[in-house]
Ligand binder design. Structure first.
Ligand code: C2E
Ligand code: MG
Ligand code: MG
Ligand code: MG
Length: 279
């Protein structure tokens, strides 16, 4: 309520903010429609190992707005969380991803690929997630161990015990977990030890500054060592240059994702890439 009052005050004094708010309200209405009118699409970004072999992909959500064109998830995911559409949207993403994994399982060149799916903290707190996943996996026949859920530290801040229990249940279904944007949140190392994780994902901000800022390099190195000591795989995201890849590989990083290897691609293009790399 204090927040709403603050916003009203801002609107009153600042016509620019008022316009931005009206704009946001419009976009929010469009977002509700978009879920029903199937304006969403998943793009797939390659994840590769230290030898450049394809391990799988991360599914990244894209919204094709009828008038505005493509809108970034960095913009519409927070909006979807705010207006309560994230549950429906997140279920759609999981359904598409499982359908894709089932389809890939039928194609020898694609059968080994894993698929990482981003889960919003809101989604992870919704009661029905475990039941939904159980049904979805059974119905889709997706190879469970190929599905990796990406959480950010924001999913872990509230009720850690409940989160650990839920992750445990989902892992018993065969799912894997990766901690996205690692190093940018507030999760304590004490919890990290207890979370049933499979992978840490070095945030792209550290990768970006790796070769220019000693601190970024120190953090990247620390994450890699931490992963090693905890028995977790480590993947670096946002790798844009060969120099960054070599520096990370030199420090023992096992897996990579970024524009240097491939952009997030529409399904057909990603599959073509996978076939090409598979030869
Ligand atoms: P993220 O999960 O950390 O995804 C990585 C982001 O970095 C993606 O942005 C990707 O396109 C971008 N990226 C990949 N390689 C590079 C690179 O080499 N350089 C740079 N500068 N960027 C790179 P995108 O696709 O705009 O997604 C932004 C965020 O939106 C994601 O961050 C994720 O938090 C969220 N998101 C995307 N799809 C979903 C989804 O299906 N569900 C939920 N809940 N969130 C999603
Ligand atoms: Mg991610
Ligand atoms: Mg990330
Ligand atoms: Mg991010």
């Amino acid at each position: 309520q204090a927040k709403a009052a603050g916003r009203n005050r801002l609107c009153f004094f600042d016509p620019v903010t008022q316009a931005a708010m009206a704009e946001l309200a419009l976009l929010e209405a469009d977002l509700r429609q978009a879920v029903n009118y199937q304006q969403f699409e998943l793009h797939y970004q390659a994840q590769v190992d230290a030898d450049g072999r394809l391990l799988g992909a991360e599914a990244l959500l894209r919204w094709q707005h009828p008038q505005r064109g493509w809108i970034s998830p960095a913009q519409f995911i927070p909006l979807a969380e705010h207006c309560g559409v994230i549950g429906q949207l997140g279920e759609w993403v999981l359904q598409q991803s499982c359908a894709q994994l089932s389809a890939w399982a039928q194609v020898p060149a694609l059968a080994g690929l894993s698929l990482a799916v981003n889960l919003s903290a809101h989604q992870f707190r919704q009661k029905g997630l475990l039941g939904f996943m159980q049904q979805l996996l059974a119905r889709s026949g997706a190879p469970t161990d190929k599905l990796k859920l990406e959480l950010t530290e924001s999913a872990l801040v509230e009720d850690v015990e409940a989160v650990i229990a839920l992750m445990g249940e989902l892992r018993r279904l065969g799912l894997r977990f990766s901690l996205d944007d690692f190093g940018t949140g507030y999760s304590s190392l004490a919890y990290l030890k207890r979370l049933p994780l499979d992978q840490l994902k070095i945030d792209q901000s550290f990768v970006r500054d790796l070769l220019t800022e000693p601190n970024a390099q120190a953090i990247a190195r620390a994450v890699i060592q931490l992963g090693d000591s905890l028995g977790l795989a480590v993947i670096a995201e946002g790798v844009e240059t060969e120099a960054q890849m070599l520096a990370l590989r030199g420090q023992g990083c096992h897996a990579f994702q970024g524009y240097f290897f491939a952009r997030p691609l529409p399904l057909a293009e990603f599959e073509a890439l996978a076939h090409k790399l598979g030869q």
